[in-house]
Design a protein around this ligand. Structure first.
Ligand code: ADP
Length: 254
């Protein structure tokens, strides 16, 4: 059953992926084929150069898209275990400080008795890093990012039921319009400049949450800020010692 579920999720992810990417690739190919067509009729050397520059750029953008796509599809399967969220994320302080700017601060808000959750600890770190970088980008004038943990006993919602830990990453940034909000989980959807965003951050967050048998919800208000809430299933096991999974010297914000 688990394997079938995993396959179904994979197929769904691939479906989402191909829709967005096919569109992007089509646009790039239009630039190139249209450019070739014009090049054929153009004799002015300056105009020919400009056309060729445009086509080279489109080809490079296509190559970069494929690289990201490959990196995305290569993700290994998750290895969930009992994780102490406060300890695991608390250990990322140095990495977070380095990924943010001097005017953006992270504040942790975890109760003493936060339940352990059943997740892949390495993926959890990536998720927190992605969310922190998004929060930073949403606060061009600086501000505080709050990472909060709460125990939610006996949830009974459409997609999740039982004991969950809600892990929220809250910023006071620009917020999202309903149009943007409806598309944020699409792989490759980004409002950031070319080269600044891959559009894979929240797709990764969504994949992580659903594959962990949890959920992710977003609350956002234009001009006021955004709260990304991860619902992670309570683990029945005791967490092992916390360890750093992201190599601090290699890790760079996406
Ligand atoms: P990327 O960050 O590479 O653009 P994501 O999938 O992480 O890709 O995010 C997709 C889009 O969602 C962003 O381009 C941005 O428009 C919006 N977004 C994500 N997080 C936030 C946030 N905390 N505040 C405002 N907008 C956000």
């Amino acid at each position: 059953v688990e394997e079938t579920l995993r396959q179904a999720q994979k197929i769904e992810a691939i479906g989402q992926l191909t829709g967005g990417v096919a569109h992007d690739f089509n646009n790039l190919l239009m630039v190139i084929s249209g450019g070739l067509d014009m090049l054929d009729r153009q004799t002015d050397p300056n105009r020919r150069r400009r056309l060729m520059d445009g086509m080279t750029q489109a080809a490079q953008r296509g190559a970069s898209l494929t690289r990201q796509l490959l990196a995305f599809s290569r993700r290994q399967t998750l290895r969930p275990e009992a994780v102490d969220v406060a300890m695991q994320i608390g250990g990322m302080r140095e990495l977070l400080d380095r990924s943010l700017r001097g005017d953006v601060h992270v504040q942790f808000d975890f109760p003493d008795q936060l339940w352990p959750v059943e997740v892949d600890p390495g993926e959890l770190e990536l998720v927190i890093l992605n969310l922190a970088v998004n929060a930073r980008d949403a606060m061009p004038n600086g501000g505080t990012i709050v990472v909060r943990g709460e125990n939610l006993p006996d949830l009974d919602e459409e997609d999740i039921s039982g004991d969950f830990v809600r892990l929220s990453v809250v910023d006071t940034g620009v917020g999202m319009s309903p149009e943007i909000l409806s598309r944020v989980f699409e792989p490759f959807f980004t409002t950031k400049e070319v080269g600044k965003g891959s559009g894979l951050g929240l797709a990764q967050v969504h994949g992580f949450a659903t594959q962990s048998r949890g959920a992710v919800r977003i609350k956002s208000q234009i001009g006021r800020g955004t709260s990304i809430e991860l619902y992670l299933p309570r683990s029945k096991d005791l967490p092992s010692e916390h360890r750093h999974l992201i190599d601090f010297n290699k890790a760079r914000p996406k």
